[in-house]
Design a protein around this ligand. Structure first.
Ligand code: NDP
Ligand code: 2IT
Length: 451
C-alpha cells in the first residue's frame, strides 16, 4: 500500500523528526504515524495548510507536567509514584481528557492518548481541546484508604495546573467514579471552589446522567451506523467484547438492549465465553463483581458454568461484531485474520488504539467495517462536554435528553467520517476521522496566529 503512496517520503521524513524529538515513546510514534499517513497528503492538497506545519505543531504538546506523588501505604511505608498531565492542544477549548492509573503509564502512553484526544474531541463538535494524564500507580490490590490517600496526594500537585476553564480531567483505565470523587473532594478543599473541574462526577455533586454509560453506548451507536451502510444492524448479531471495565460493561448493555448477544468479555487474566449470552442479569453480576467487589472475570465462569480461558484474548471466539474495549494493541494482525476467517463483519474500537496497524491493514483488505477509537469511543468525552455545559448552567438534564444528544453526536461523527473518508464505494473510517478531526483544529490554529 505504502509503495504506491506519493507522500511516502514526506511521511517518513516527518516521522523521523517525531521519533528524534520523542525518543522511546513507541505508542506515541504509532498514533502519530497513523494520522500522518492520511493527514499529510490532505495538507499537501489544500493550499491553506501548505507550509503551515500544522500536524507537526499538533504533535508537539503545548505543555507537559510531570510530578512526584508521595503517599503512605497501610503499613506506614513511604511510597512514590510519578504523576503526569499532558496539555496537548487548546485550539478548540480547555484541555480535556482522562486520567489513567496503571503501572504501564509513562510519557509515551499518555502522549499517544493526548494526541488521539485532540482529534476525537474535535469530532464531537463540542468546544473541547485535548489532554491526558495519570500515573504509574497500580490500583490493583490497594485498600480503599490507600486509593484515597493516593488520589489526594495526586491532586495536591495537579490542582495548580487545572481549572474549569483551562483543563478538565476525567476518568480512564483505573480511574472511575470512586477515584473522581476523591480527586474532586481534594480539589475543592485546596481551591475552595465548587466548579466543574472534573467530569464523571457523582450525580449528587454535579455529574451528568449517562456519563458512565456514554463511551460504551456511543460505541454501539456508532457500530449501528456502520452496519446500516450495509443494510444490517446489531439485532440478532453475536458480539465479542474485550475488557470488563466501564466501556465494556455499557457496550454490552447497549448490545443487549438492541437485540444482540454478547458471548465474551475479558480482563487482564483471560476471557470468559458464555455461549448462552451474557444477558442483563448476568451483566448486573459483572458490574457488581468489577465495580464493587473488584474481583476477577474468572469468577463469572465459576458462577455461571461458563468457559474461562486463562492468559488469552477473546478474538478466537466466532462473532459478527468485535468491540475491543480494554487497552492499546490488544488485537494484532493475526487476531484480525482469525476474526475474518470466523465471519466477523464489523470492528469498532471502544478502547484507544486497541488494534495494531497490521490489524487495520487486514480489516481494510477484507472489507471488514472498522471504526478507529477517535470516532467510535468519542461518546465518553462528548458526554463529559455535556456535563461541563450542565455545570456552567447549574442545571441537570434528563437521562433521555443526554442520551439523545449522545446518539445525535455519534451519528454526526459517522457523517463526518463519510464526508472525508468515502473512497472506492466504501467509507475509510480511519481516513475520515483523522481528516475530519484535523480540519477544525487546523483551521482554529490558523485563525489564532502562530500557536
Ligand atoms: P477500566 O479501568 O474500567 O477497565 C479496563 C478494562 O481493561 C479492565 O477489564 C482491565 O482488566 C482491562 N485491561 C486494562 N489493561 C489491560 C491490559 N494491559 N491487558 C488486558 N486487559 C487490560 O477502564 P475503561 O473501561 O474506562 O477503559 C478501557 C479503554 O477505553 C481504555 O483504552 C480507555 O482509554 C478507553 N476509553 C475510556 C473512556 C471512558 O470514558 N472511560 C472513554 C474513551 C476511551 P484488569 O482489571 O484485569 O486490569
Ligand atoms: O479516552 C477518553 O476519551 C476518555 N478517557 C474520556 C475523557 C473525558 O474527558 O471524558
Amino acid at each position: 500500500m505504502a509503495s504506491k503512496n506519493p507522500f511516502e517520503k514526506t511521511v517518513k521524513d516527518f516521522m523521523r523528526r517525531v521519533r528524534r524529538r520523542n525518543p522511546g515513546e513507541k505508542e506515541f510514534h504509532q498514533a502519530v504515524q497513523e494520522v500522518a499517513e492520511t493527514v499529510i497528503p490532505f495538507e499537501a492538497e489544500h493550499g491553506k495548510y501548505v507550509n503551515q506545519h500544522l500536524l507537526e505543531r499538533i504533535a508537539e504538546p503545548e505543555r507537559v507536567i510531570m510530578f512526584r506523588v508521595p503517599w503512605f501505604d497501610d503499613r506506614g511505608e513511604y511510597r512514590i509514584n510519578r504523576g503526569f498531565r499532558i496539555q496537548m492542544n487548546s485550539a478548540l477549548g480547555p484541555y480535556k481528557g482522562g486520567l489513567r492509573f496503571h503501572p504501564s503509564v509513562y510519557l509515551g502512553v499518555l502522549k499517544f492518548l493526548a494526541f488521539e484526544q485532540v482529534f476525537k474531541n474535535s469530532l464531537t463538535t463540542l468546544p473541547l481541546g485535548g489532554g491526558k494524564g495519570g500515573s504509574d500507580f497500580d490500583p490493583k490490590g490497594k485498600s480503599e484508604s490507600e486509593i484515597m490517600r493516593f488520589c489526594q496526594s495526586f491532586m495536591t500537585e495537579l490542582f495548580r495546573h487545572i481549572n474549569a476553564y483551562g483543563d478538565v480531567p476525567a476518568g480512564d483505565i483505573g480511574v472511575g467514579g470512586r477515584e473522581i470523587g476523591y480527586l474532586f473532594g481534594q480539589y475543592k478543599r485546596i481551591a475552595n471552589r465548587f466548579t466543574g473541574v472534573l467530569t464523571g462526577k457523582g450525580m449528587m455533586y454535579g455529574g451528568s446522567l449517562i456519563r458512565p454509560e456514554a463511551t460504551g453506548y456511543g460505541c454501539v451507536y456508532f457500530t449501528e451506523e456502520m452496519l446500516a451502510t450495509r443494510g444490517s444492524g446489531i439485532k440478532g448479531k453475536t458480539v465479542v467484547i474485550s475488557g470488563s471495565g466501564n466501556v465494556a460493561q455499557y457496550a454490552a448493555e447497549k448490545v443487549n438492549h438492541l437485540g444482540g448477544k454478547v458471548v465474551a468479555l475479558s480482563d487482564s487474566e483471560g476471557f470468559i465465553y458464555d455461549k448462552q449470552g451474557i444477558d442483563d442479569e448476568k451483566l448486573n453480576y459483572i458490574m457488581f463483581l468489577k465495580n464493587e467487589k473488584r474481583g476477577r472475570i474468572r469468577e463469572y465462569a465459576e458462577k455461571y458454568k461458563a468457559e474461562f480461558h486463562a492468559g488469552k484474548n477473546p478474538w478466537g471466539v466466532k462473532c459478527h461484531v468485535a468491540l475491543p474495549c480494554a487497552t492499546e494493541n490488544e488485537l494484532d494482525g493475526k487476531d484480525a485474520l482469525i476474526l475474518k476467517k470466523n465471519g466477523c463483519k464489523a470492528v469498532a474500537e471502544g478502547a484507544n488504539m486497541p488494534c495494531t496497524p497490521e490489524a487495520h491493514a487486514a480489516f481494510h483488505k477484507a472489507k471488514i467495517l472498522f471504526a478507529p477509537g477517535k470516532a467510535s469511543n468519542a461518546g465518553g468525552v462528548a458526554v463529559s462536554g455535556l456535563e461541563m455545559a450542565q455545570n456552567s448552567q447549574r442545571l441537570s438534564w434528563s437521562r433521555d435528553e443526554v442520551d439523545q444528544r449522545l446518539h445525535e453526536i455519534m451519528k454526526r461523527i459517522h457523517r463526518v467520517c463519510k464526508q472525508y473518508g468515502y473512497e472506492n464505494g466504501q467509507i475509510n473510517y480511519v481516513k475520515g476521522s483523522n481528516i475530519g478531526g484535523f480540519v477544525k483544529v487546523a483551521d482554529a490554529m490558523l485563525a489564532q496566529g502562530l500557536v
